[in-house]
Design a protein around this ligand. Structure first.
Ligand code: AMP
Ligand code: GLY
Length: 425
């Protein structure tokens, strides 16, 4: 099988690593890829949001199966274009990807199928939104409706912050994404991520994870794309997973089918859990990054079989073989991230780190210049490890990190603290 993966981050390196281990994979191309991916697969230069270009590239390269990593090409309808060209594709249609690209849409789907989520209201003018904030009081959550690269959400602990967020969004600072604003009830509890595969009709749970979004230790400082993750999430007990499936995931998938826009791909439910009751915070229509890295460490080669069964509508007969293990991913980022940071600094020491099924360095933002590995993004490297316990996995990941020679980088030293301190669940 010739396989094309679209994307260039740690998520795509982890997907490529898992796919490569499967004997079904004859040839793997990743577009655009990064320096770490280039060491295990071919990389192709391609505008991955241009459906016509992706179809032409897939046809020229006799690709049998396309795995779409990030949300932007999904929202741009690249999955639709590939399927229309008869190419097997993992990832939802643009219509189904609205579960991530429009918060209003997701809320309407939840209301239609009775999935528990925060109370909400939608506004297209600032005055009515401000009046709503004043009537509801804080804490309250203000969100730009569209995709805003993870930056369109303000959890306001006081009214003044909420009003400022409303003004900021309507002032156009998020472009078209902020033309509509959703204001939500603030939910308390513990957050966890639940990943399921859907083939339009059947749903297969794939795993749970928790990530650390803040840049600083103790979960402080600015929000990032994610500084680390671990799987499984202790708060996702079998009872909570069953409720999430019965009350949130299955009703959503059924509602999407009823609307004529069945969901195919991985569905990533961000949940807030309190007293054993999960409520939906948001959906994403792709794997999380760095959550994908921990899921791939635990799934290995079977990830390809599962994604293929999903794309072919055969999930009813698919099974996940879970080992009773734990995985962790520690992100190394450029100093200053998520704010201004330099690129181009040299990274050394990677050749000293053994890579096997128990520990891997997945590249996020790296490039090669004159043979030298250099930082080429905010999040740059992922130290991923697996073990019989979370502690064992964590010790392995941090021991590997010691081998990396990159003074311009930093990492959080407390990934997994909540689960390890027994303060989860
Ligand atoms: P989102 O992009 O919708 O996932 O929001 C980003 C983060 O904001 C989430 O991971 C939560 O930590 C927080 N958040 C979003 N909505 C709510 C809510 N209704 N109540 C409490 N926290 C929220
Ligand atoms: N780590 C969060 C995300 O991928 O959205």
């Amino acid at each position: 099988m010739n396989i094309l993966i679209l994307g260039s981050g740690g998520r795509e390196h982890a997907l490529a690593w898992a796919v490569m281990q499967n004997p079904k994979c004859d040839r793997l191309v990743v577009a655009p890829g990064n320096a770490g991916i280039a060491a295990i697969a071919e990389c192709g230069a391609l505008d991955i949001c241009d459906g016509g270009a992706v179809v032409a590239f897939a046809e020229e390269n006799a690709i049998d199966f396309v795995i779409i990593g990030p949300e932007a090409p999904l929202a741009a309808g690249v999955g639709d274009r590939l399927r229309a060209a008869g190419i097997l594709t993992f990832g939802p249609s643009a219509a189904a990807a609205r579960l991530e690209s429009s918060k209003t849409f997701t809320k309407e789907v939840c209301d239609a199928c009775g999935a528990p989520t925060a109370g909400w209201a939608r506004f297209d003018d600032a005055q009515a939104a401000r009046a709503h904030v004043r009537a509801q009081g804080a804490p309250i959550v203000v969100k730009a409706d569209g995709l805003a690269a993870g930056k369109g959400v303000v959890v306001a602990m006081d009214e003044a912050r909420a009003l400022a967020a409303v003004d900021e969004m309507f002032s156009g600072s998020f472009g078209a994404a902020g033309a509509e604003v959703v204001i939500e009830e603030f939910m308390e509890g513990e957050e966890a991520s639940f990943f399921v595969l859907c083939d339009g009709e059947n749903v297969l749970p794939l795993g749970t994870a928790q990530d650390h979004k803040r840049a600083g230790e103790g979960d402080t400082g600015p929000n990032t794309g994610g500084m680390g993750a671990y799987s499984p999430a202790p708060v996702m007990t079998p009872a909570v997973r069953a409720r999430a499936m019965d009350e949130i995931i299955r009703p959503t998938v059924a509602e999407m089918a009823r609307r004529g826009t069945p969901y195919q791909g991985v569905l990533y439910a961000g949940l807030m859990i309190r007293d054993g009751q999960p409520r939906l915070v948001e959906y994403n229509v792709r794997f999380g990054d760095p959550e994908c890295q921990v899921l791939m460490m635990r799934l290995g080669a079977q990830a390809l079989d599962l994604m293929q069964a999903c794309a072919e509508g055969r999930l009813a007969e698919a099974r996940v073989n879970w080992a009773d293990d734990h995985a962790i991913c520690v992100v190394m980022a450029a100093r200053g991230y998520p704010g201004a940071h330099e690129t181009g600094s040299a990274i050394g020491g990677l050749e000293r780190i053994a890579e096997d099924s128990r520990q891997m360095v997945f590249h996020a933002g790296t490039a090669r210049r004159d043979g030298q590995l250099v930082a080429a993004g905010g999040r740059v490297l992922n130290l991923a490890a697996r073990g019989e316990s979370l502690q064992e996995a964590r010790d392995r990941a941090y021991a590997a990190a010691e081998g990396i020679d990159w003074p311009e980088g930093f990492m959080r030293r407390d990934i997994g603290w909540r689960a390890l301190s027994g303060r989860s669940g």
